[in-house]
Design a protein around this ligand. Sequence first.
Ligand code: PHB
Length: 390
Amino acid sequence: MKRLIIAAAAALALSGIANADTIKVGVIGPFSGPFALQGKNFKAGIDAYMAMNGNKVGNDTVEIIYRDVPQADPAQSKSSAQELVVKEHVQYLAGFYFTPDAMAVTPILKQANVPMVIMNAATSAIVEKSPLVVRTSFTTWQTSTPMAKVAFDKGIKKVISVVSDYGPGIDAESAFKAGFTAAGGQVVDAIRMPLSTNDFSPIMQRIKDSGAQAVFAFLPSGPTTLGFVKSYNENGLKAAGVQLIAPGDLTQESDLPALGDAALGMQTTFHYAVSHDSPENKAFVAAADKAIGNPAELTFPAVGAFDGMHVIYKMIEATGGKQDAQKAVDAVKGLSWVSPRGPVTIDPDSRHITQNIYLREVAKAADGTYYNKEIQTFEKQGDPGLKAGK
Ligand code: PHB
């Protein structure tokens, strides 16, 4: 008996040593090209999380492997994911700034036995493409729905919508229209523009001609949003009293210095403002500022990545570092924590994040810097896009 116990203890000790593995996480995002700043924010969020929580979960060491997909490019995203799975043996795939890049990878998850943690891509339907997808960012249905109510309550009755013609744009258009018409407003025209559009002058003319009191707009954050808001000002729409309303992608913090006073007073609805006043956010911003180097560059993909790492650490903990994608995903269904953005939960049915959506206004601080000031909170918002029967 005694010998048996000693043998069992020795086996346990041995297996303990054998369990000290390196768990690889493959992160796909835009790390070069026009959207490089968005990818840099993924990295800042991940670095901040690992600086605050260490690079170990139990005995296992977490290693991040980055792959650059500079623009929305489903074929490149899929081949990068396959290479990460087959050659690097990653146990987790994460990142994904653009919807088409996430969509292209969902079909390989099951066979690869790998969960996908989406740190940005915001089209509602992605989570329905595979039971192994978990999302820690937002959807444009989630962020645009409260804006419809805000606009109507401000006395706006006629709106024209302008969106990039792909998943999150079409979702934003649908969400705004559903909320705004239910409130009693009217969407007089709906423009969808190619993702590659960078001359917005003809669109600004159409907005003027439509007679709408406001334009509701969605474009993916980056040079596109900066160009759109600049064009709105330069073409005299602001001066003519046509209001610009949008989810917060249009006023990401890193664009505010370039927009300057032109963006002052602009209201947007979003899940995260760098200025959010909480101890969790202060700690996050301090770590993320350090990781990114230049605090003026810090913007929302960093918080999606930070919370995505929290989910991945919980998955590694629940599986004891073993590769079991379904068990990992099941372990985070219903998981709640206090994110830098506020209280959040992974909805157990949709695997999408339930969170507060804030109405914010671009304001100028005493030191002359611009920020998104939170002025109203819509608490515990799920994703209305999943219930829309699309
Ligand atoms: C997306 O492609 O899903 C996407 C990208 C950037 C955003 C929002 C959504 O700001």
